[in-house]
Design a protein around this ligand. Structure first.
Ligand code: TYD
Length: 342
């Protein structure tokens, strides 16, 4: 059993590789990753020496790099993507989202058609493709897509392409759409790791637009288990929502206060920020009945999950301190202003 994982040095991809190595003793893993700013080999330092793991630096937009690896694969899991909404709203960077998320997925699918048409392809997607979901709605997999940002629009394009290759070329394709993840090795541009690290460092937590927005936070380990289940038991040509279904739903402000409590820091670290995220979606939520029917369920205790996550970042400063330098720091300074980076 050979598994090609793209973007395996990213947050979710690296957690998924770790799960595969422990739960699928027969799996040989090939990780294709370009090591852009958010891809970090340190995310897999503990498994890098495994005889069942092989890393190749390369781009999913490069048909040659993809062909070499894909021809051996039984499963292909496409995590490689530009993922940060705030980057995608900058005109300098939006093109990277289209290139990698849409064109890159196309190159993968085309390579699969040519070199390994019998394999299974899992396109790892996002609930953000449903756009802003009015309370108390829960979009299911048939709900019309209405992405708000260049990021989510590009991910929607990738979902459509994957399903088109199922319909047109008969490839064995599954699409997952997951809610916001959190946990170990998440790049500190996303809300939870950014806020945890800033709190641990006594720096301001930039809370957007009053913090009334709602996300359905899911532990990355639960997401990875869902993906493995879909590879094993999902139906070809189908879409599966994945989410924690937090009940009650937790607005960003409440989550921020939870993080601060876990870090033992005061609420005065919260810095209200307005207007940094144009088109800011108010609420994400999904109906998860379809994947639950396959036997998956999440551990939805956010309080405990956040406490564990804070403990991980507290204990793994060696992982995140080097990240807070270089290109990321430049981006952070530009985005949040000079003072916030210090
Ligand atoms: P984020 O982690 O960027 O994920 P997504 O936009 O994909 O949901 O943001 C989660 C929520 O947190 C979103 O409502 C925006 C908000 N947020 C802040 O308030 N401050 C921040 O610095 C960031 C990055 C996000």
């Amino acid at each position: 059993m050979k598994v090609l994982v793209t973007g395996g040095c990213g947050f979710i991809g690296s957690n998924f590789i770790r799960l595969l190595l422990s739960e699928q003793p027969e799996a040989q893993i090939m990780n294709l990753d370009l090591l852009t700013y958010a891809g970090n080999p340190a995310n897999l330092a503990d498994v890098a020496e495994s005889a069942r793991y092989q890393f190749s630096r390369g781009d999913i937009r490069d048909p040659k790099a993809v062909a070499r690896l894909i021809e051996e694969a039984d499963w292909i899991v496409n995590f490689a993507a530009e993922t940060h909404v705030d980057r995608s709203t900058s005109s300098e960077r939006a093109g990277e989202f289209i290139d990698t998320n849409v064109y890159g997925t196309y190159v993968m699918l085309e390579a699969m058609r040519e070199h390994c048409a019998g394999a299974r392809f899992l396109q790892v997607g996002t609930d953000e493709v449903y756009g802003d979901v009015a309370y108390p709605g829960f979009p299911d997999e048939t709900t019309l897509l209405a992405p708000s940002s260049p990021y989510s629009a590009a991910k929607a394009g990738a979902d459509h392409l994957a399903l088109a290759f199922y319909r047109t070329h008969g490839l064995d394709v599954i699409v997952s759409r997951c809610t916001n993840n959190y946990g170990p090795y998440q790049f500190p541009e996303k809300m939870i790791p950014l806020f945890v690290i800033n709190a641990l460092s006594d720096e301001a937590l930039p809370l957007y637009d009053g913090g009334t927005q709602v996300r359905d936070w899911l532990r990355v380990e639960d997401h990875c288990r869902a993906l493995l289940l879909l590879l094993q038991r999902g139906e070809s040509g189908q879409v599966y929502n994945v989410g924690a279904n937090q009940d009650p739903e937790v607005p960003n402000k409440e989550l921020t206060e939870m993080i601060l409590r876990c870090c033992g820091k005061p609420d005065s670290l919260i810095r209200p920020v307005e207007g940094l995220r144009p088109g800011h979606d108010q609420r994400y939520a999904v109906d998860t009945a379809k994947i639950r029917a396959l036997g998956w369920s999440p551990q939805a205790d956010l309080q405990e999950g956040v406490a564990r996550t804070v403990a991980w970042y507290d204990e793994n400063r060696d992982w995140w301190e080097p990240i807070r330098s270089g290109e990321y720091l430049d981006y952070y300074r530009k985005h949040y202003g000079q003072d916030s980076a210090n």
